[in-house]
Design a protein around this ligand. Sequence first.
Ligand SMILES: NC(=O)c1ccc[n+]([C@@H]2O[C@H](COP(=O)([O-])OP(=O)(O)OC[C@H]3O[C@@H](n4cnc5c(N)ncnc54)[C@H](O)[C@@H]3O)[C@@H](O)[C@H]2O)c1
Length: 320
Amino acid sequence: MNHKKIKCAVIGLGWWGTQMSEKILKSGKFEIVTIYDTNISNAKEFAKKHGSSVANSVEDALTDSIDCVFIFSPNQFHLQHCTLAAKAKKHIFLEKPIANTSKEGRTIINICERNEVILAVAHNVRYYNIFKKVKELIKKGTVGEIVYIESNRSRPIGFGIDENSWRFYKKSCNGGPLIQMAIHLLDTIYFITNDSPKKIHSFTQKRFLKTENPETFSVDIENKSGSVSHVFTSYVLSESFYINIFGTKGSIFADPLNGLYVQRQKDFQRKSVSFKQNDPEQDEINEFYKSIKNGGAFSNPSPEEALENVKLIEQILRSR
Ligand SMILES: NC(=O)c1ccc[n+]([C@@H]2O[C@H](COP(=O)([O-])OP(=O)(O)OC[C@H]3O[C@@H](n4cnc5c(N)ncnc54)[C@H](O)[C@@H]3O)[C@@H](O)[C@H]2O)c1
């Protein structure tokens, strides 16, 4: 394989786009030729530091000299930005969720297919080695038949979300913490278990924030296998990030912030399990690079899986 750097543009250099752009450069596989952000000062600062140019619009950023574009703009712009990029024949790395609605997500997939460009929707949590290890343990039979999955992704960032933030509104952030954080749990749970959802029960709370969306979701899903997944997410609680799997032979406790543990059925205590730490975003950027170099589709997740994630979010919102 030719290891020449691929030239790219970056759209959206906010909280996540800035961190990801550092990782794109660190990968050594991409050259960021140009950057566009409606907040010009965000783009200028980064461009100056890294020798990129600043574009005046998305169209301006999609120059002939680039092969692909990394999109880190807020959810409500994903359709517009992907449409422009696909029509300009640029391969696309798009931050999750694919879009705020499945209708927009479907349009994005169709446009990318029609224009024969790769669509990589970035669901980074499934790239964590801790969760890949859980997938391996489940396959090996460590838990036996899965009965119950308990998961939680919470952060107290809601206290900083005001009317100036796209995360405040339903139209730009359809479901608040559900589409922003719990989508990672849902994507990863079905990735590691190879299961799929059947029936949804959910409950929401809005006690401390003024956001249009609820600040807390508590969701129970009956899965096709017969197991139950509990997915909890909140914008007002301290940092929590775990997926615990309970089965007929034992349990797995996977928490990227605190470690991986297994408890066998006959034991009273959990035992620590070692795994190799990785940089999940770096791995997903590398996978995008490989897809472009090999001329193949991006399959982890496939665009259809990314769309299923948003369809599930919509079902949960309807189930309240
Ligand atoms: N995978 C993850 O863990 C993760 C984490 C955070 C955010 N994200 C995703 O990344 C995206 C951005 O989130 P964020 O937290 O960085 O938001 P943010 O508000 O911090 O940043 C968004 C940036 O986009 C710019 N912007 C707004 N409208 C634009 C437009 N029309 N064209 C170009 N730029 C525009 C803003 O000026 C800002 O710099 C979202 O889709 C979000 O879901 C993913």
